[in-house]
Design a protein around this ligand. Structure first.
Ligand SMILES: [Zn+2]
Length: 475
């Protein structure tokens, strides 16, 4: 399984935007933002955390350099063209250029929208460049990230739990779970896939924003076609988070026919773009995101397994000799001494040889366990566990909840265990995933995720119960 979370864009808009919004025609499709139980401040907090993580991992072009300033000017013009009903004074739009060659862009609430250098290079003019930006801004303005969370989490779960879950998945990456997959180099966790419904909303609102900003929304469709045609050049990365809802081009053309393009152009809108492309051409070539990921992995910073490992080999049964794993300030427990250990920021994965590796670009494992911690504001163990499980299910769509929560004692504390199962895409066999949770003294959610193919359950029973029996909390 894999852990991820659908979290993403929300925009911020300054007061300026309200003044700038100019005449648009009444017939534009009326969009209703999806149901959302989060506060705007929650979007802002999540966005800031995510952006900090991204900025640490991705090379950005210099702030206030020619290219960055240009993209900032264009971005502000778009942000000021958001229809008034979707402007939120809490959101402050800001734009940064990532120095990678893939075509991509992504937005987070409150902090920068990241625009890849490759996206600027691929566009034929400023209008095309703004297409993807307007689409991303729309996800932010419509608060699709927290709307997704609203949809997928049960009532009563608090925002801190979501934050923890997000964190959990970043780390989770390799560590995630059985078929857990690696993230797209840290970004993945925030770049989850939107539903078709949200994609259509972002296309329609994106068209409206473009028209208000003086761009022809029909080129929204042409930019998407360009991205699709790029194939392995990075297009799919963007498209995998923003799937074509099926009638993307028709819907955009339909909307374009309903709205009038405003004359509210940005100064320099028709003239500046070629000079910026020339500057980019003169710079040394940008690496791809995959290059960066590889470098990070070889320096041991990444959350993925080594490149040369492949999952699916013979897997030795758990040793009956145990070693003690200790996480300072958190807990200690026993693990079979033939399981390898992979650490990441907030979780540790224990896996036997042959049971972990990279599969279809994702880090996965089929046998073993993850121990990790997530921040949560919830004081209700079942609520916090449900939240974590929701994230696991979201990232591993083949799994389903099987049965009810079981109460257990773990390290002298009350804990809960719940079983998930499903047909693993790696082994093509039924996989059992048992998730045990308890609170730390400081109120953090500690989770132990144990994964095994159903056909080998008996062989792992003793090792799994030994792990839980020997937990000592150190916090
Ligand atoms: Zn989208």
């Amino acid at each position: 399984m894999r852990t991820t979370n659908e979290f993403r864009s929300l925009v911020l808009l300054s007061l300026l935007s309200m003044m700038a919004a100019t005449a648009l025609l009444g017939q534009a499709t009326k969009i209703v933002a999806p149901k959302n139980k989060y506060k705007l401040a929650d979007d802002v907090q999540l966005g800031r955390e995510a952006a900090a993580e991204v900025s640490k991992q991705m090379p950005l072009l210099p702030k206030d350099g020619d290219v960055d300033s240009y993209v900032e000017r264009v971005g502000q013009h778009l942000a000021q063209s958001i229809p008034p009903e979707f402007t939120h004074p809490e959101f402050h739009y800001e734009f940064s250029v990532v120095n990678v060659s893939d075509i991509n862009a992504f937005a987070l609430p409150d902090k920068p929208m990241f625009v890849n250098r490759g996206m600027i290079k691929t566009a034929h003019n400023e209008g095309e460049m703004t297409k993807v930006m307007a689409h991303e801004i729309s996800h932010v303005a419509l608060r699709h990230g927290t709307a997704n969370a609203t949809k997928s989490q049960s009532a009563g779960v608090q925002i801190g739990a979501i934050g923890g879950a997000i964190l959990g998945s970043v780390i989770g990456g390799a560590a995630g779970s059985a078929v857990i997959q690696g993230t797209q180099f840290g970004l993945g966790a925030f770049l989850l896939k939107y539903s078709r419904e949200y994609e259509t909303q972002a296309d329609v609102l994106g068209s409206q924003i473009m028209a208000r900003a003086g761009y022809d929304p029909r080129s929204l469709a042409s930019m998407f076609k360009t991205i699709e045609a790029q194939g392995s050049g990075g297009g799919p990365q963007w498209l995998s988070s923003h799937p074509n809802p099926g009638n993307r081009y028709e819907r955009i053309s339909e909307e374009a026919a309903k709205i009038t393009i405003s004359s509210n152009k940005r100064a320099g809108q028709d003239t500046e773009f070629p000079a910026i492309q020339a500057i980019l051409k003169g710079m040394s070539p940008a690496p791809t995101t995959a290059d960066l990921e590889k470098r990070s992995r070889s320096s041991g910073e990444g959350t993925r397994y080594p490149d040369n490992t492949s999952v699916g080999g013979p897997v030795a049964p758990p040793s009956t000799n145990y070693r003690t794993f200790q996480q300072k300030g958190l807990l200690s427990l026993s693990v079979p001494d033939n399981w390898k250990q992979f650490d990441s920021k907030s979780s540790v994965t224990f896996v036997p040889d042959g049971a972990y590796g990279n599969h279809g670009g994702q880090s996965v494992f089929t046998h073993g366990a993850i121990v990790g911690v997530a921040e949560t504001n919830s004081t209700d163990l079942m609520g916090a566990s449900g939240q974590y499980i929701a994230v696991v299910l979201q990232g591993n769509s083949y799994l389903q909840v099987e049965g009810k929560y079981q109460k257990i004692q773990i390290g002298g504390r009350d804990g809960l265990t719940r079983r998930l199962s499903g047909n693993s895409p790696i082994t093509n066999q039924k996989e059992i995933v048992d998730i045990t949770t308890a609170f730390s003294n400081r109120g953090r959610l500690i989770y132990v995720v144990q994964v095994v193919p159903a056909s080998e359950q008996d062989k792992y029973k003793a090792a799994f119960s030994q792990m839980l029996k020997n937990v000592n909390f150190l916090d």
